[in-house]
Design a protein around this ligand. Sequence first.
Ligand SMILES: Cc1cc2nc3c(=O)[nH]c(=O)nc-3n(C[C@H](O)[C@H](O)[C@H](O)COP(=O)(O)OP(=O)(O)OC[C@H]3O[C@@H](n4cnc5c(N)ncnc54)[C@H](O)[C@@H]3O)c2cc1C
Length: 406
Amino acid sequence: MADRPKRYIVVGNGVAGTTCAETLRKNDPTCQVTLIGNEPYPLYNRVALPPYLKGRTPEQKVLLRTVAQHAERGITLMLETTVTQVNSEGKTVLLDNGAELPYDALLVATGGRPNHLKVPGADGTAGIYNFQYFDDAKAIHAHMEHAQTAVVVGGSFIAYELAEAFRHHGLRTIWLIRGPYWLRRVLDEDGGALVDDIARDAGVEVYYGEEVREVHAQGGAVCGVTTKTGKTFEADMIGVGLGLTMNTELLAGTPVKIGNGILADEHLSTNVPDIYTAGDIAQFHDVVIQRYNQLGTWGNAQGHGRVAALNMLGQQTIYEDVPMYSSTLFDSYIRVIGLTPELYPDLESLERLDARGRNYQRLFFLDNRLVGAVLIGDMRLRARIFSLIKGREAIAPDERRKLLEG
Ligand SMILES: Cc1cc2nc3c(=O)[nH]c(=O)nc-3n(C[C@H](O)[C@H](O)[C@H](O)COP(=O)(O)OP(=O)(O)OC[C@H]3O[C@@H](n4cnc5c(N)ncnc54)[C@H](O)[C@@H]3O)c2cc1C
């Protein structure tokens, strides 16, 4: 190769992309790093958006970087710019402004976009919100100030965050969940019943087996919904938590293998030389569980960004971590650790419920090894779970119950 600085392009300036760009710069002061994102902000903290909605985190604290900081570090930041196509043969990316940029190594860290509520009456109606971007959070925040009643749709973490924010602002909150309980692929019936108790105590009206059939509008703005079973609710606003669609379109026409996300090995390298992936969009070979895994956590995206950068610089670093997602659950707390049936539905599981104390633990096993867990309330098992997952030792069936007994 010619003796010139290496050209790195990073697509997506979320935590995965920004961490990658900064790691590249730190380890190779002479390289060219271009970080391209289609939102109007430098890196901000998505994890801080729920406390921002509740008025607990001010706008300045949500933003984690400034444009000036990127310039000082020598990272070329292009905001409000979409990469429309990767040309893996010519090693270039095409931008929506028509420009074409060459790369020596490329990271695709484009995450997912939220699924919209697609029912009659929803399209073009004001007052229906997804909750993924800072701009979503700002719009929801402004609307909540003068709303009385909200409907939440979906059984995801995002739906929970919306229900909590609406209640926090004193809105009557109706939560419609299609499945038999919240997080139906992760909890069992007992866990679902416990969350139901916790949500109802917080004043949320929860309906299961329910989906919106139609949105009603007045003057172009939401005024209510009718469900598939025929129930009608008034609503000034609707919060939607119906999952994500991965932003893989820019790789269409390339040989890069796509599954539910972008397929990658334990180095976060795709099947095409010099193309790497990281964060929510990476469906990577997880050495801890010896399977493909895909995670939607901040810590994982940050770790991926760092490891992908080291490998783009020529190292052979393996990504090895046990991911964890923790969240408030109204006045309780939930932690999801490692692998869950969300991705591998036939994991074996073992549960324990303490209904009086409002504590719940569920462990997930694969090939006789502990691979994941969910804890509600009491978190004392956490450290033991991490060490067993990392240890990868077989746990005999009669030993498993003892784990839950402490
Ligand atoms: C409301 C909310 C609360 C959360 N709470 C928690 C929590 O408590 N704990 C936790 O661990 N995780 C939480 N998460 C998840 C966590 O924030 C994500 O896992 C993490 O931010 C993913 O980072 P990423 O860099 O992979 O992707 P993203 O942050 O999604 O960044 C990808 C960026 O790429 C942009 N992009 C997409 N396509 C293109 C393109 N073609 N060209 C240019 N740019 C493009 C996107 O617009 C986006 O800006 C939460 C998420 C949300 C939305």
